[in-house]
Design a protein around this ligand. Structure first.
Ligand SMILES: [Zn+2]
Length: 438
């Protein structure tokens, strides 16, 4: 089980960018990271919370939108089509221009963050923040950020809704859970199944033919609400399309009960009737033939005994099924649904960085300054991060993990240099070496 306290947020974009090496490979990794596509290398990373907006909204989600703006900036092309034709995960950068384009932006971002750190440290003396007011940035940095934020617009973003797809999955779950049974389109006892191949496209359509001549598409049994009825079937060999046809024929012949036949039975039925029908000829079988085959296997009475139970189970969910189907009908008549979100939409990469900074400062995810490299460490919600924040608020030094290790290495080196410059120390070391030799 995951401890909720150890689930952390990804680093804020403005601080990560200000620490970024600007060569094409690192910028490419940064873009993958923004898209949530970087390879997982540590358990901490695996526990990082993935925002559901990022999963559902693609290039309209905040971080992926920044990735796209950055990609477009370094490739010097704002065309949407160009982006979609040339962008790929894993190796997104196709230019050597990254350093030249991004260095000035990175310098400005570092300058803004330094301004924020300056305000933080000044406020430790003054205590304005504790009193309840905020003063984030010095005058000049404020003017710069204010100007960048003019390239951010409040907007409604929208995309095609996933709700109707979810309804179809819901319908499918309803009929597959308890009843394992669907309503069939034609209940004539002596109905016939007819498969016809289109000679041009060679696609097959299989229909149920009633004795009054009425035709209906053969239903997809266990995926009745996910796949189109009447299609996806095949005959004349022993593959997946023929298996599906065998399964759906048995289901319809057994009045919609798709929980009765096991895999072995379906495979045997396919071998006997579906594989043997030549591929270039139409397919035809009657329901009575199918029932006779089931009777020969000695299980027809078992099926008859369970019929009433299956019918009751199917009826138990039938009003829910009808309700969901009605909703799907409404959606179809309405011409489909859209999903919308209110959003702050930056039009440049630099504006996106300032927007990210704004959101960081407004929340408690503010950055601390690393005492070694002077670059920001963003607060990620972990226990370690809370501990660091408390230290920073007391004015004590905090470090990036890699900077902490480097700091320890340097301290050790200094210690030994001081030691070796002392005469007594050198003498005692010589003594020790001599003793070791003898
Ligand atoms: Zn550092």
């Amino acid at each position: 089980m995951t401890n909720p306290k150890t689930i952390t947020k990804p680093e804020t974009v403005c601080t990560r960018f200000s620490r970024l090496n600007l060569n094409p490979a690192s910028v490419g990794d940064f873009i993958d990271w923004l898209c949530g596509m970087e390879p997982i290398t540590s358990p901490i990373q695996a526990r990082t919370r993935r925002d559901s907006i990022e999963t559902l909204w693609g290039w309209n989600a905040p971080r992926q939108r920044i990735a796209k703006l950055l990609w477009q900036l370094v490739h010097d092309n704002l065309n949407d089509k160009f982006f979609h034709q040339n962008f790929s995960y894993g190796n997104p950068i196709r230019t050597h221009n990254t350093e030249a384009v991004l260095a000035p932006i990175q310098e400005r971002m570092r300058w803004v963050l330094e301004g924020a750190f300056y305000r933080q440290s000044a406020d430790r003396q003054i205590g304005q923040g504790n009193w309840g007011e905020c003063w984030w940035l010095p005058e000049e940095q404020t003017n710069y950020v204010r100007k960048q934020l003019q390239d951010v617009a409040v907007n409604i973003v929208q995309q095609q809704s996933d709700y109707d797809e979810w309804l179809r999955f819901y319908l499918n779950a309803l009929v597959s859970k308890d009843a394992k049974s669907i309503e069939i389109p034609c209940r004539d006892k002596d109905r016939t199944y007819v498969g016809v191949r289109n000679p041009l496209t060679s696609a097959c359509v299989v229909n149920v033919l009633g004795h009054d001549g009425k035709e209906f598409h053969l239903r997809q049994c266990s995926r009745a609400y996910l796949e189109a009825n009447g299609t996806g079937f095949e005959w004349g060999y022993g593959g997946g399309g023929p298996y599906l046809l065998a399964e759906c024929l048995l289901t319809d012949a057994l009045d919609g009960d798709f929980g009765f036949c096991d895999q072995q039975m379906i495979v045997e039925f396919r071998a006997e009737f579906v594989e043997t029908n030549p591929r270039n000829e139409d397919f035809r079988i009657s329901r009575l033939q199918i029932l006779k085959w089931i009777q020969q296997r000695g299980v027809l009475d078992t099926w008859k005994e369970r019929r009433s139970r299956v019918t009751i189970a199917r009826r138990a969910v039938s009003s829910e099924v009808r309700g969901a189907l009605n909703r799907l009908q409404h959606i179809k008549r309405a011409g489909g649904l859209q999903a919308q979100r209110f959003d702050l939409v930056p039009s440049t990469f630099e504006a996106a960085l300032c927007l990210d900074l704004m959101q960081m400062l407004e929340s408690s995810d503010y950055a601390m300054q690393c005492s070694r490299c002077k670059l920001p460490i963003s607060h990620d919600g972990s226990l370690r991060s809370n501990h660091q924040r408390a230290r920073a608020q007391r004015g004590q030094p905090v470090y990036h993990e890699e900077c902490r290790l480097e700091q320890a290495r340097v301290r050790k080196k200094l210690y030994w240099r001081r030691k070796t410059s002392s005469k007594e120390f050198r003498e005692s070391e010589k003594q020790r070496a001599r003793l070791n030799r003898t």
